[in-house]
Design a protein around this ligand. Structure first.
Ligand code: ADP
Ligand code: MG
Length: 324
């Protein structure tokens, strides 16, 4: 815990990520409750350990339907729907490819094409049967694996926000390894300042600052977890239709929205669409706004209704979505 101008910051490492909670009360007991809540959801959702509710489904692939808790079922149902959208990069059955690539973990290598093709056949979201009555999930093919890594943090960030609201907290920020969710704004400030990292920069280097009040800010970037081999970069957002990390003009996508789960879903969806199609798609979703950072150092805001963006890094150029 550290206090600075009335802010009390509490930190932990959970879900393999640094977690930061900012409050305006010296309330270590509340912070401990928040971290316990996060740990609970990590325990039921993780696929990085042998056992969890999601792993029980994966272990029974090709054999049996598994009943899960309401929360896990609802989250899986949401991930299923998003995965079935036309042209969706988002695919919650990406598990076999994620496990094989091991990006961000020890033992990474580029898998042979034949192996990738075999694994790609196991990433079809239509091969998942959901039964709401029994809250059961059945993966029809042996070897299939659900991976909720792309939305778990957003989901949990929203759970934390609800919990803090219930506790009467009006101003707070939770940062779950890059998924930021906020309540209100700090005292005497219009909003929270959330840094947008310079891709492949130093740890504290920022392209700019996003200012929000009571909104979520989620960034997904190819510089978050990656490895380099023979001059090529392999990052952690995979494309189930090629078996490889997605390769396009984007270095990062940030989504500003009310719910952090929407931020998590849209960062992946927009990543897959690229800048131009994303800007067109976002015209129909006023509650979802995005900031794109491209390889040619442009920073493109789709619109700025729910946030302000201040550019700090003069190597980047700000472009507005309507003229991009
Ligand atoms: P992070 O916040 O950890 O950088 P993201 O929200 O960008 O992560 O999600 C990346 C994670 O989602 C990967 O580590 C993997 O577990 C999973 N994933 C990778 N590719 C896809 C995909 N195409 N669809 C859904 N989930 C994916
Ligand atoms: Mg995500």
């Amino acid at each position: 815990m550290s206090a600075d101008s009335g802010v009390y910051a509490y930190s932990a490492v959970l879900m393999g990520s640094p977690i930061l909670l900012k409050l305006f009360d010296d309330n270590a007991a509340l912070a401990a409750q928040v971290f316990r809540l996060i740990r609970h959801y990590e325990n039921i959702l993780t696929v990085n350990r042998a056992e969890s509710e999601v792993m029980a489904i994966n272990h029974a692939a090709g054999q049996a339907a598994v009943s899960v808790s309401r929360e896990v079922f609802d989250l899986i149902q949401c991930a299923h729907q998003v995965s079935l959208l036309p042209q969706s990069l988002f695919n919650f059955t990406i598990g076999p490819l994620v496990k094989r690539w091991k990006i961000g973990f020890q033992g990474r290598s580029v898998p042979p094409q034949r192996e990738l093709e075999r694994l790609m056949a196991l990433t079809d979201p239509r091969q998942v049967a959901l039964d709401p009555a029994s809250r059961s999930v059945f993966l029809r093919q042996p070897g299939m694996e659900i991976d909720l890594g792309a939305i778990a943090k957003g989901y949990i960030a929203d759970v934390v926000r609800s919990f803090l609201r219930q506790q009467g907290v009006e101003r707070a920020l939770i940062n779950l390894g890059g998924n930021v969710q906020t309540l209100g704004a700090p005292p005497h400030a219009a909003g929270w300042s959330v840094g947008l990292k310079t891709p492949f920069g130093q740890a504290d280097e920022l392209i700019g600052v996003i200012e929000v009040a009571g909104k979520s800010v989620v960034t997904s970037g190819i510089y978050e977890r990656y490895f380099e081999l023979d001059g090529r970069l392999y990052h952690h957002i995979l494309d189930a239709s090629s078996g490889y990390p997605l390769d396009n003009e984007l270095l990062s996508v940030t989504v500003i929205s009310d719910r952090s789960i929407d931020g998590d879903i849209y960062t992946t969806l927009l990543y897959g669409l690229g800048v131009e199609k994303s800007l067109a798609a976002l015209r129909d979703t006023p509650h979802i706004e995005a900031i794109f950072v491209t390889r040619d150092r442009e920073v493109i805001c789709s619109s700025t209704r729910q946030f302000a963006f201040h550019l700090h890094d003069s190597r980047y150029r700000r472009v507005t979505g309507s003229t991009a």
